[in-house]
Ligand binder design. Sequence first.
Ligand SMILES: *[C@@H]1O[C@H](CO)[C@@H](O)[C@H](O)[C@H]1NC(C)=O
Ligand SMILES: *[C@@H]1O[C@H](CO)[C@@H](O)[C@H](O)[C@H]1NC(C)=O
Ligand SMILES: *[C@@H]1O[C@H](CO)[C@@H](O)[C@H](O)[C@H]1NC(C)=O
Ligand SMILES: *[C@@H]1O[C@H](CO)[C@@H](O)[C@H](O)[C@H]1NC(C)=O
Length: 227
Amino acid sequence: MLSSLLLAGIALPLTFAFPTLTPNVRLPGIKWPRQENNTTEDDTCNLASLQQPASTLTPPGADVSLVLIALGHGTQNYSCASETATPTAIGAVADLFNASCAVASGSTSLGSIAEDAAAIGAHFFVDNTTPDFDIVGLGNTQAKKVESMAAPQATNVPWLKLDAQAQGTTSAVKNIYRLQTVGGVAPKDCTGHKAGDVVTVEYEAQYWIYAITEVVEARRRKRGVGL
Ligand SMILES: *[C@@H]1O[C@H](CO)[C@@H](O)[C@H](O)[C@H]1NC(C)=O
Ligand SMILES: *[C@@H]1O[C@H](CO)[C@@H](O)[C@H](O)[C@H]1NC(C)=O
Ligand SMILES: *[C@@H]1O[C@H](CO)[C@@H](O)[C@H](O)[C@H]1NC(C)=O
Ligand SMILES: *[C@@H]1O[C@H](CO)[C@@H](O)[C@H](O)[C@H]1NC(C)=O
């Protein structure tokens, strides 16, 4: 019963709300193969001059640099207190992929990361209001939502500005912007769900990740390259 409800929750948005997704995308929990050993030319991945898509969110400050654009692909989760309740957001789970080159080189469409690309990290929630981003090479970032704006289309979850919190953060990351969202919006009511059901809705988003420039440069000097 529960699994068929969950399945319906996933299958409907896949069929109707995601006409632009690549057909062979996979949900979290499925093991991704390791990346092949060929790297993309670094000069196609220059993040320094990249501008965020226009939004009403407060832009990043002068003390930070864009260090990564991650593509998140996973589910926004909601719970139903009863059949007549409105679904409540209880967080999200997503695999994160390195989309820096794809965005910097202008192929900005979501879902354009090849299926054989390896995930570089995970996005999940520590509690209902604390998003976490655990990224290889960057470290862990626990964040807090500080601003939100409606996405250009109401069928997509809002664009957000998240600020890193001292607690639980090991990275030099200061701000994370969730932009270019696709899907993830809760069903408008809990019809067909019983108390305690979790409704998962597939989504994708770009996470624009900014770290404190001074710390990034100090780490680069120490390690030679990288973040
Ligand atoms: C690796 O390089 C080969 C040959 O250039 C190319 O066909 C293949 O798509 C590349 N794989 C990845 C993951 O970039
Ligand atoms: C990948 O590249 C590294 C560094 O160039 C090399 O040491 C390693 O053997 C390569 N692995 C494969 C599977 O080609
Ligand atoms: C959210 O949904 C994912 C499936 O995408 C599941 O693995 C995870 O356990 C769910 N989390 C919660 C808190 O329900
Ligand atoms: C993302 O990919 C670019 C280009 O290959 C690379 O320079 C950068 O280190 C990667 N970032 C992370 C966090 O994996």
